[in-house]
Design a protein around this ligand. Structure first.
Ligand code: PHE
Length: 448
């Protein structure tokens, strides 16, 4: 495909909606709250915000830039910009990361579908928290039911990606995102006003710095990459679909703000309820699936709320999964000249196999441990704590040191049309700060 006939997102809003659709997902509503709960609350939040600002935003801009300059998939874009070099391996690593992420992401997405059905069946009503916790454990460790949902979700994602960028991806993101936002605000308002809800807010906003250690810092960095869909070629791939007229820096700011706000709002909906109901904040992956049903069980109109919430959560997961699958499909189609349909099919089959392993690792395959992790947590850990930060490191170095500065300026300013006063700061962050910060965190982790 040459530069002119590559598909583009249809509108400015479409770009933001698709990129935010990728960023906002289970990472914000499911993963962020439990990572925060396990890593000491407010101190984690603060460090996380620092990473969004200092690493996330410049790396997102770098990815958009690389994709739009290269006009190709996550590996192909590097080849276009730096021919005959090994940089395209970053893109290949991103494709591997996409598979691993989808391997557990599809499982959790499947859980959201199960909870839609439970919500419709009014199954949260009159149940106490202990019972809801038991229900979740029984379900997630079951050998068949979660597999069925994971399978359905993967197939759904396959069909949307087949439909292509404009119709499939853009349209579905545009109106569902705002709905999700409104619902989470409303849930937060309810949660804060529960008895003892105040304690949850303290946990969330009053930092206890004694809890910071290298594990917490690495966790916060991994979460920032995961939540903003960075370091694995996703925003490179989407960047390649962004129209030349789009001001990339604005899109980065908008997407980062939306992503961060949703993660914080989700925590405001969850932690006051956690403290009010006496749930352990360091629960882990089941946190959302136990806490929010307990809230729904106790509020007027909880029936409707619960249905709408889990439907929107499933949709948020879908728009992120679409972007993950698109990384793989664009790579297969362009690098191996495979038809879109076939590429998506092959990818989906591999994802279902990985998803099956991840899901069973919470039940029958519980004892299979690699490096002290079950498979579900292994896929998550390798991708978010190793591959994504490593990809981010390489992307920052590539942008800061390899791409010609004048070309960066031309691309970001649309050949002089937009104001790019921020470029020196951007270059400082990509050249020095991001590579040094990520390296220190890695080294520190290795030594500790
Ligand atoms: N950012 C998505 C989320 O928060 C997950 C994701 C990671 C999507 C990497 C694409 C690439 O749910």
């Amino acid at each position: 495909m040459n530069n002119n006939d590559r598909v583009n997102f249809g509108s400015r809003l479409g770009v933001v909606a698709a990129a935010a659709g990728s960023a906002v997902g289970l990472g914000n509503i499911w993963r962020f709250p439990y990572e925060l709960g396990q890593n000491g609350g407010a101190a984690f939040l603060l460090i996380y915000l620092g990473f969004v600002l200092l690493l996330g935003m410049p790396i997102m801009l770098s990815e958009f830039l690389i994709g739009r300059m290269g006009q190709a998939n996550s590996a192909g874009s590097f080849k276009q910009i730096a021919p005959n070099s090994k940089w395209s391996l970053i893109g290949v690593m991103g494709v591997i990361a996409s598979f691993l992420i989808l391997g557990f992401y599809a499982v959790v997405s499947g859980w959201t579908l199960e909870y839609v059905v439970q919500a419709i069946g009014d199954q949260f009503r009159n149940r106490d928290t202990a019972t809801l916790a038991q229900v979740f454990t029984n379900f997630s460790s079951n050998s068949y039911r979660p597999l069925l949902w994971m399978f359905l979700f993967a197939v759904g994602t396959y069909f949307i990606v087949l439909a292509g960028i404009k119709d499939g991806i853009e349209k579905s993101s545009k109106f569902l995102m705002p709905m999700l936002l409104i619902l989470i605000i409303a849930l937060g308002a309810r949660s804060i006003t529960l008895p003892n809800g105040y304690e949850g807010l303290q946990f969330l906003f009053r930092p206890d710095f004694s809890r910071i250690n290298s594990e917490v810092v690495l966790g916060a960095m991994g979460q920032a990459f995961f939540s903003m869909s960075l370091g694995m070629g996703c925003m490179i791939t989407y960047g390649s679909y962004i129209n030349k007229k789009n001001q990339l820096s604005h899109t980065v700011i908008e997407v980062s703000i939306i992503d961060t706000i949703i993660a914080i709002l989700a925590s405001i909906a969850i932690f006051p309820a956690v403290f009010s109901l006496g749930i352990n904040p360091a629960q882990g992956p089941e946190l959302v699936f136990i806490t929010l049903p307990s809230v729904f069980a106790n509020i007027p109109g909880g029936y409707i709320w619960s249905i709408v919430f889990f439907v929107l959560l499933a949709v948020a997961a879908l728009t992120s999964a679409i972007s993950l699958l698109e990384v793989i499909v664009a790579y297969f189609v362009e690098e191996f000249k495979i038809k879109r349909q076939k590429a998506a099919l092959i990818a989906t089959i591999i994802i279902i196999v990985l998803g099956t392993l991840a899901s069973l690792s919470l039940g029958p395959l519980k004892d299979v441990q690699v490096f002290g992790h079950g498979l579900f947590s292994l896929f998550d850990t390798i991708s978010s704590r190793i591959l994504m930060p490593l990809g981010g490191l390489a992307i920052a170095i590539f942008t800061g040191w390899i791409i010609d500065t004048d070309k960066i300026k031309a691309e970001l300013s649309n050949n002089g049309k937009f104001n790019i006063k921020y470029v020196p700061v951007f270059l400082f962050l990509t050249r020095y700060l991001a590579p040094i910060l990520i390296s220190i965190i890695f080294i520190h982790q290795l030594l500790s």
